[in-house]
Write a protein that binds this ligand. Structure first.
Ligand code: DGY
Length: 319
């Protein structure tokens, strides 16, 4: 039987199906696989199922003498040197579309939480600080209605977010490399705007671009300085699109009002990250796609992508 390796465990049903067709090895445990272990495992396997925490770089790919396919359990693929893998004849599979709604929901959950201070309220009550929220204006958030949401990147998730925001009567501007059609703008109720306009005029900015050389640290101190002092930043895309050091400074100095982050420059987030100590920073553990329904669909696609790739065929979602 052909050998495959999984860098993280999947649900029992998927594993059972995989075990019927392949010799399966799984990195178990609760921490991401080390680069050394990943490199030692990649020799001799024909299929790899990986996750955004795993770095599949040139050196790792060079060790993969028999590898036919890298099937990542994610829509993002910035953890894989895709160009190099393709040059080596290795097929790449990924999981777009199925996680669009789940990620947009999480983004909107962060938006609502920040605007209405839900998690902050939870922390306050657990610390038994009722007196701090007692007065009519002691603990107030903001209405969503009429606020301006700036969406950076109007791909699938950006569009799904726009639908949600429009149901809450928000004004929605977006910035994208390419302006979308007028018909789509009308359907979504969005207006195209320059990056400058988005950062200076939005009450909430939500990032939906992939991490590339061009987008790395797109949000930095220069941008934070131009944002409204009352504005919030939300990131459910990739941590490296934001310069985290600059963000920490902006949050500490209240250059911006707050941030909702599902992704970080280093994941898992470092134990001593200053973000964890900031009251105006809302943090979730990279759970954009974490719903039972979505994760099952992702598992199904990941498995199919792997099957196709091992057979030398094009994965159903490929690059
Ligand atoms: C993805 O699929 O890329 C999401 O970030 C979840 O990992």
């Amino acid at each position: 039987m052909k050998k495959i390796f999984l860098t993280r465990t999947l649900d029992d049903l998927t594993l059972k199906k995989l075990k019927k067709r392949y010799q399966v090895e799984v990195h178990s445990g609760k921490i991401p696989i080390s680069q050394t272990k990943l490199r030692s495992k990649i020799r001799g396997i024909e299929g790899l199922i990986c996750f955004p925490y795993d770095k599949i770089d040139k050196k790792t790919i060079d060790l993969a003498e028999n590898l036919k396919v890298i099937s990542t359990y994610s829509v993002g693929f910035d953890h894989i040197d895709t160009e190099y893998a393709k040059k080596k004849g290795i097929k790449i599979g990924y999981t777009p579309e199925v996680l669009t709604d789940a990620t947009a929901d999480l983004t909107f959950a962060l938006l609502l939480d920040l605007m209405r201070r839900v998690s902050e309220g939870d922390r306050t009550i657990r610390k038994k600080k009722w007196n701090e929220v007692y007065g009519a204006f002691d603990y107030v958030g903001f209405d969503l209605q009429g606020k301006t949401l700036g969406i950076i990147g109007l791909g699938r998730i950006g569009r799904a977010l726009a639908k949600r925001a429009s149901a809450f009567d928000m004004k929605i501007n977006y910035h994208n490399r390419k302006r979308v059609s007028k018909t789509l703008e009308k359907t979504l109720g969005v207006k195209f705007a320059s990056f400058e306009k988005i950062i200076t005029e939005s009450d909430i900015i939500s990032i939906h671009v992939p991490h590339t050389k061009e987008t790395e640290h797109m949000f930095n101190s220069n941008v934070f300085r131009k944002m409204k002092k009352t504005a919030f930043l939300i990131n459910t895309s990739r941590g490296k699109v934001v310069n985290e050091k600059d963000l920490i400074t902006a949050l500490k100095k209240k250059t911006i009002a707050g941030a909702g982050l599902d992704v970080f420059e280093i994941e898992p987030i470092e134990k001593d990250s200053q973000l964890l100590r900031l009251e105006n920073c809302l943090i979730t553990p990279h759970i954009g796609s974490s719903t039972i329904e979505t994760r099952k669909k992702m598992a199904e696609i990941t498995m199919k992508n792997l099957d196709y790739g091992i057979r030398g065929e094009k994965p159903i979602y490929t690059l």
